[in-house]
Design a protein around this ligand. Sequence first.
Ligand code: 4NP
Length: 158
Amino acid sequence: MVRVLFVCLGNICRSPTAEGVFRKLVTEQGMERTIDIDSAGTHAYHINEPPDQRAVQAAAYREIDLTRIRGRKATLKDFDHFDYLLAMDEENKHNLLSIAPSDLAHKVRLLMEFSNSFNEREVPDPYWGGASGFDRVLDMIEDASRGLLADIRARYQL
Ligand code: 4NP
């Protein structure tokens, strides 16, 4: 099993979107029993809450269901459990690294490192903006997800 955790600030916009996008891609590839997928936030503002309605709606247009996801905060155990801890932006990455055991810090990366079509290194926080921000988040995450899956296939010979 390869385990992937997507991480943002609140776990209600970007990281649940990434969880849903990547799960759809992995399922389409018949790899849902091989790759375990979850998401978390670096802060506790939205624990047990469903994703932001704007994120749910933008994803639903692309036939991605986020409604069963509930917010949780990233914990120390996540560094043991997951193979990839993928931060949406530098602040999330910094926050993860500030609690990461030093021998596991290499698991923390930026999701956009796996993108082939976008130059941006960060998925911008759409929380304070309009609906178009959520579509752009989806575009970026869909692209990075394809690169991530290619990386997993190569690394684990899947
Ligand atoms: P996310 O977006 O990190 O992509 O889930 C945010 C969600 C909530 C807040 C900020 C960003 N907030 O300040 O509550």
